[in-house]
Design a protein around this ligand. Structure first.
Ligand SMILES: Nc1ncnc2c1ncn2[C@@H]1O[C@H](COP(=O)(O)OP(=O)(O)OP(=O)(O)O)[C@@H](O)[C@H]1O
Ligand SMILES: [Mg+2]
Ligand SMILES: [Zn+2]
Length: 678
């Protein structure tokens, strides 16, 4: 009996699998799409002929050939004409029963068929690669063909013509050579598979053939079936290294959808979550559960809650509006910013923590790099890798200058476009961003504007929905409480206050609510509208031109949506709108309060100058112009006197304003002690 199976021709046994109706249909439809490959679900091989399936895994080089021939034989039955035309069919196997993790991939897998999963971090453009090169002998004109398999082009050893047999010279004939499309990509462990504190593992993948190249882009999650290879790198004089490098020759690529979260929620957990969502104190409880080891910062934790649950992105016929929020924390050293970010990266589904420079050459967005052996490769940066997740960017003010440009698009349109070195691509970066930055001057200076306090352009600042300032100022009562909290934490090694929602459940809770799309009720809408209009008109009547812009209105909606999601409500109620307004006010106040007039003024964020500062700058400039008209050149000391006596702008204030104008280049100093308008 076993005897019989062993002698049975593997090709015939394959063909038996392909007699399943599904494959007969697929084969007969190949001509329509001009396909040259047939996708076979590995499971069908397993159920029809498990022994054969085993052989495919163990000896793929031999058995894939059998499979290809079987497919061609079956195609001759289904569509003889097309079989005649294409002469070859590639069988691609989809979905091996288990995925081999990149972490365990090793020498035992060499030469075997495996399935690996990961996120694409790099890809070269698709390039033609010669598989059979034609050479013409310059002496006699005979054409010699050389099969190519190594990375370098091999020329004939000698001329094929028995009468010639000379060793060249030869001329490469492009038209008579055979090419296939090839591409190299690199995949990396998915952030969620990464053991804490470990560096991600990666693997290079070779894609050959029109039907494999350009299927996936950096940032895509993929499951790839292929044969593990090990190749020794060759060096010009020294020869081959004894340590081999692994890669995968791909047989099939499956781009895995990112939509469904990979979190499994048990019925008991679901019950717990639903019970929580009905709790009238649900928001408080979630806030208390966020980074419980960090003392205070309730408003920041509240914002983090909104960021984790997220608003709803809207796909309109013409535009797409992001639903994910961006939150920025600007703060003095040692105010637990990094700790908060690391916490969020752990708790958020698909969370990623990175420093502003990024952990790779691709930085935060993407980069085109030249690779060893020539050619270019596109590498995905942190925001692309965190697509559909949360990117926690520490020290965002230290990002690469290329990122400073590209991050504008990433933060609002959620894409990263690259056009460089022959690579043109648009990658997805649909992420919520939690960023932290240190003040440019070391400590936050409350008498300076946000833009003065942080070395980020206003155009980036205005893309944050909420901005908060963490200041390290001694405050007796708070200090006493915080000291107690921190010392207790160090003494016992446990959190002094037990979080109402354990971290593990919180993570599941967040994924659980992701599919809910709450809508604004009329009441909530009215609240938001009223607030917005009041803010707009207040500035109109009081002469402060812009108090709030459409960006803040969208932010308000996002916060309200997120708050409804936390309570797992289909409707956004007035209370959600009010909470959104109050956190927005808090953020505006922290960054936008005009210290001299105590009026909220979005101008600070938008232009980097509070309204009254701008007014004062205007006054100073006016005085300079006036004096110039009288005396030609403006003596600095005379100007300071005039400002103090006529406009009540005192010494240090005036110096600061002059400093600002000089820095901007509005005025300059032609000689020591004199000023002039440019
Ligand atoms: N409110 C707080 N509650 C508990 N621990 C705190 C608090 N503030 C600071 N710490 C502790 O202080 C230490 C410094 O925090 P962290 O490194 O996160 O500061 P940072 O704001 O990132 O500083 P830097 O700007 O210098 O990077 C941490 O060990 C943190 O736990
Ligand atoms: Mg830090
Ligand atoms: Zn010859």
């Amino acid at each position: 009996m076993t005897e019989e199976i062993l002698v049975a021709d593997p090709q015939e046994r394959f063909q038996n699998i392909l007699k399943i109706v599904k494959y007969r249909q697929r084969l007969s439809q190949m001509a329509i799409s001009g396909a040259t490959s047939l996708i076979v679900d590995f499971e069908d091989a397993l159920t029809t002929d498990s022994e054969l399936a085993e052989s495919i895994i163990e000896e793929p080089d031999e058995y894939l050939e059998h499979a290809n021939r079987a497919a061609l034989a079956q195609l001759r039955i289904e569509d003889p004409e097309y079989a005649e035309r294409i002469e070859e069919v590639d069988v691609r196997f989809k979905g091996l029963p288990i995925a081999t993790s990149l972490r365990t991939l090793g020498s035992i897998h060499i030469g075997k068929l495996v399935m690996v999963e990961g996120i694409i971090i790099r890809s070269t453009p698709a390039r033609p690669m010669v598989t059979r090169a034609a050479f013409r002998c310059r002496r006699c004109g005979t054409v010699t063909y050389v099969e190519q398999s190594s990375p370098f082009l091999r020329t004939p050893v000698q001329c094929n013509d028995p009468a010639c047999r000379r060793k060249g010279p030869f001329e490469f004939l492009q038209e008579e050579s055979t090419f296939i499309d090839s591409q190299q990509i690199r995949i990396q462990e998915r952030p969620e598979d990464l053991p804490p504190g470990q560096l991600p593992r990666w693997l290079n993948i070779r894609l050959e053939g029109r039907e494999l190249v350009d299927l996936a882009r950096p940032g895509d999650m993929v499951a790839i079936v292929g044969v593990v290879r090990a190749v020794a790198p060759t060096f010009p004089r020294a020869g081959k290294l004894r340590v081999f490098r692994m890669h995968l020759d791909a047989n099939f690529i499956d781009v895995v959808s990112k939509e469904p979260e990979t979190v499994i929620i048990s019925p008991e957990e679901e019950e717990k979550i639903l019970k929580l969502t009905k709790d009238p104190w649900v928001h408080r409880k979630v806030i208390q559960s966020i980074a419980p080891s960090i003392f205070g910062y309730d408003h920041i934790k509240e914002s983090i809650m909104y960021l984790l649950f997220g608003g709803i992105s809207k796909q309109l016929p013409d535009i797409r509006i992001r639903g994910d929020m961006n939150v920025l924390l600007i703060g003095d050293p040692g105010t637990a910013k990094s700790q908060l970010l690391q916490y969020v990266a752990r708790i958020a589904p698909r969370g990623l923590y990175t420093a502003g420079r990024g952990s790779t050459a691709a930085g935060l967005t993407a980069a085109v790099l030249s690779v060893r052996g020539g050619g270019m490769t596109l590498e995905a940066g942190a925001l692309v890798l965190a697509d559909k997740g949360v990117a926690c960017i520490d020290e965002i003010d230290k990002m690469r200058k290329e990122d400073r440009v590209a991050i504008h698009e990433a933060m609002e349109q959620h894409t990263v476009s690259v056009a460089k070195g022959g690579i043109v691509a648009t990658l997805n970066a649909r992420t919520a961003i939690l960023a932290a930055a240190n003040p440019a001057l070391g400590r936050y200076e409350p008498y300076r504007t946000v833009a003065e306090n942080i070395s980020l352009p206003v155009t980036i600042l205005s893309r944050f929905d909420l901005i908060f300032v963490l200041r390290d100022v001694p405050e007796k009562e708070m200090d006493a409480e915080m000291t107690k909290h921190i010392l207790e934490l160090h003494r016992t090694g446990i959190v002094p206050v037990e979080p109402p929602v354990p971290a593990d459940l919180l993570r599941k809770y967040i994924s659980y609510t992701k599919n809910l799309k709450p809508v604004l009720t009329g009441e909530a809408l009215d609240r938001l509208k009223d607030f917005y209009l009041v803010m707009r008109s207040a500035s109109e009547t009081e002469g402060t031109p812009i108090a709030i812009t459409a960006r803040q209105l969208e932010s308000l909606v996002r916060v309200a949506e997120a708050r409804a999601r936390v309570a797992y409500r289909k409707e956004i109620l007035a209370e959600d709108a009010e909470a959104a307004i109050s956190i927005m006010k808090r953020s505006l106040e922290e960054v936008g309060i005009d210290v001299s007039s105590h009026k909220i003024d979005i101008d600070i964020i938008m232009t980097g100058k509070p309204k009254s500062l701008r007014d004062k700058l205007q006054i100073v400039l006016g005085a300079i112009v006036e004096m110039e008209r009288e005396t030609g050149m403006v003596q600095r000391s005379a100007l300071l006197e005039k400002l103090e006596s006529e406009y009540e702008i005192v010494g240090p204030d005036a110096e600061r304003l002059l400093g600002q104008l000089l820095k901007e280049g509005t005025i300059y100093s032609p000689t020591e002690g004199y000023l002039k308008k440019t």
